[in-house]
Design a protein around this ligand. Structure first.
Ligand code: ADP
Ligand code: ZN
Length: 229
């Protein structure tokens, strides 16, 4: 955040929907910087739980390695704890959650319990075929989390993070072509029905996420601005 961060007069709680590689994490980070919203990524929360060896992490590990979905009860419990923290009060971007109808219903109930609601659910629309290439080539700076890609977004200076100058990068264990294919299948079977779920609630926005990162970001900024109007 910096001095140019707009002040939100109303609480914005955004759901980002889309298959692996659609750009949910990239766009959530940009919105977090621009509007001071808190990015809540269940993938990141689960990876931390796995690294810490918590019971939830132990339950999630093998499912994540195979590209399947972690049981609803495990994910919902982790999310509920995180959402209760003070830093989520000003507004949240849900990245990778909900991923099933049961999770969406649990989220609606959690939000209602706090006197809040999902202001918009944005479906990032992409071609499946492009997703395998996008996900297989990606890596992140271990110091600041900035995302890069072997073909689409290399650091300006090879081996140096553009944002923080860090020299260490990591690739996710599940970003292999085989696992990406399994994750795409899980997306179509379990998560894609959420598009109709949010359409019925009148909160759905569809965005062409094959466009360049900056274009998608501008569209999302307009969506947030519109939900504030
Ligand atoms: P991506 O969106 O690229 O698949 P994520 O980091 O969001 O990556 O998720 C990685 C993995 O974590 C998923 O493949 C799944 O196993 C697990 N996961 C993350 N969020 C959820 C969720 N809401 N429900 C079930 N499993 C989840
Ligand atoms: Zn960095």
């Amino acid at each position: 955040m910096d001095g140019t961060t707009p002040t939100l007069s109303r609480c914005v709680n955004l759901v980002l929907l889309g298959p692996p590689g659609a750009g949910k994490g990239t766009q959530a980070r940009l919105l977090q910087e621009r509007f001071g919203l808190m990015q809540l990524s269940t993938g990141d929360l689960l990876r931390s739980a796995v690294a810490a060896g918590t019971p939830a992490g132990q339950a999630a590990k093998s499912v994540m390695e195979s590209g399947g979905l972690v049981p609803d009860a495990v994910v919902i419990a982790i999310l509920r704890d995180r959402l209760a923290a003070d830093d989520c009060a000003a507004g949240v971007i849900f990245d990778g959650f909900p991923r099933t109808i049961a999770q969406a219903e649990a989220l609606d109930a959690m939000m209602a319990g706090q006197g809040r609601q999902i202001t918009a659910a944005v479906s990032l629309e992409v071609d499946d075929a492009a997703m395998v290439a996008r996900v297989s080539g990606r890596f992140t700076c271990t110091a600041c989390g900035e995302g890069y890609h072997d073909s689409f977004k290399r650091p300006g200076t090879p081996g140096r993070c553009d944002v923080c100058g860090g020299a260490e990068f990591a690739r996710r264990a599940d970003d292999t072509p085989k696992t990406v294919t399994a994750r795409l299948a899980a997306y179509h079977a379990e998560t894609a029905p959420l598009i109709a779920y949010y359409a019925r609630r009148g909160t759905l926005e569809c965005v062409d996420a094959m466009a360049p990162i900056t274009t998608v970001s501008e569209t999302l900024t307009a969506v947030v601005a519109r939900t504030l109007a």
